[in-house]
Design a protein around this ligand. Structure first.
Ligand code: XIL
Length: 375
């Protein structure tokens, strides 16, 4: 039955490429027996102002992540002042549509206001003061959405490329214990919520080793880490299929689940040797860095489709260990990669084009699912 349904939906998709989303196979149907499938959504989507975007989300996805609205600077912009109107709408959108709702993110060094780390004179606060601010933030935000936000990225990007701890204000002021504390506060605020550690470039060996050591340490202290989030800000040539495969295996072997949390594939030329996903990196827009502003050549479109199929084959192989695969943004026009690491480019990293039509990458992903059920 499962196989028949999949082949049927796959045939439908192939028979009508680029047709409107409603006549097609849906991602959530083809992956129903494998993992949840989702996207990060922006304000216009959960307020349903972007009608096309909201329709794609409802049609194809059964889990959502908030692109920005639950980051500290958005939800807690000033001391003692929380901004819950938009996050409330985000959560309502997910609950109303029976989705697995993700919170992103409680502890990060980016998109966190400076005041968090400073006293009234602008001097760094003590570890105790920062911990009590962290506690207040987590208990307030996680507590508000208890039972409705199903999983939280508790700590985001705590590691350097070489696997050592990143020297963030959290680490410098509180010490390594900030990670344990953040998980404990989140667990206290909502004991049923799944808690995650989320990072990028964990497919690279040194950083992966650092993450493995960190997760082992947390598990040894009985911290309920449910899953590791592999952000998945991928390139056409990175990570290799073998790296992807080995990374999922390595974390699954620790006894945690693996989530692909921010999947996109950058087709644009690299602006430098830098290959990570640090949001603070920025380069000037140069003409040659924006080669596809009038459209993506067919050959690259096909390369992107093959690349998505290769990655999804790995995800499907590990369906037992993967709980969800979430894209970062919905349509190509929504993607942060139009402005990062170079502002004002035209990027094509997703399965839906600027009009919200499915791309050949979408069909390749559907086909990968259909084929996998025959294996
Ligand atoms: C990005 C958003 O997509 C942008 O809109 C924002 O300006 C910067 O952050 N890793 C993460 C995400 O964990 O929160 C980042 O999102 C992308 C990289």
């Amino acid at each position: 039955m499962r196989t028949t349904a999949r082949i049927l939906t796959a045939l439908l998709a192939i028979a009508s490429p680029g047709a409107n989303v409603f006549a097609q196979a849906t991602l959530k149907a083809v992956f129903a027996n494998d993992f949840l499938i989702g996207a990060s959504i922006n304000r216009a989507q959960f307020f349903e102002e972007d009608k096309i975007g909201a329709a794609i989300v409802k049609t194809h996805f059964n889990t959502i992540s908030p692109e920005n609205i639950l980051k500290w600077e958005s939800v807690h912009p000033k001391p003692g002042q929380y901004a819950f109107e938009a996050p409330d709408r985000y959560v309502d959108f997910g609950v109303k549509n029976n989705m697995f709702v993700i919170g992103h993110t409680l502890v990060w060094h980016n998109q966190t206001p400076k005041w968090v780390f400073e006293d009234e004179k602008g001097k760094p606060v003590t570890g105790d003061v920062l911990l009590s601010r962290l506690r207040d933030h987590i208990l307030t935000v996680v507590g508000r959405y208890k039972g409705r936000i199903n999983g939280w990225d508790v700590v985001n990007e705590a590691l350097n490329e070489d696997g050592t701890m990143r020297q963030t204000p959290w680490l410098k002021i509180i010490g390594e214990g900030y990670i344990v504390k953040a998980f404990q506060y989140a667990h206290q605020a909502d004991p049923k919520a799944e808690l995650y550690y989320n990072d990028y470039s964990l497919e690279n060996e040194a950083k992966r080793a650092g993450a493995i050591a960190l997760i082992k340490k947390l598990l040894a202290q009985n911290i309920p880490v449910k899953a590791v989030g592999l952000q998945g800000h991928d390139k056409l040539d990175w990570p290799s299929v073998d790296q992807q495969d080995a990374t999922i295996t390595a974390f699954a072997d620790l006894g945690v689940k693996v989530n692909i949390t921010e999947l996109d594939i950058d087709v644009l030329p690299s602006a430098s040797q830098y290959r990570g996903a640090d949001v603070t990196v920025n380069y000037d827009l140069r003409e040659k860095l924006n080669p596809y502003k009038n459209g993506l050549p067919e050959a690259i479109q096909a390369q992107l489709a093959r690349r998505y199929a290769d990655l999804f084959r790995v995800f499907l192989k590990h369906r037992k260990d993967i709980t969800r695969v979430t894209f970062w943004c919905v349509k190509d026009s929504d993607s942060w990669l139009n402005d990062w690491p170079v502002r004002g480019r035209t990027s094509y990293p997703l399965l839906f084009d600027r009009q919200g039509k499915t791309k050949s990458a979408f069909e390749a992903v559907i086909e990968a699912a259909a084929k996998s059920s025959k294996d």
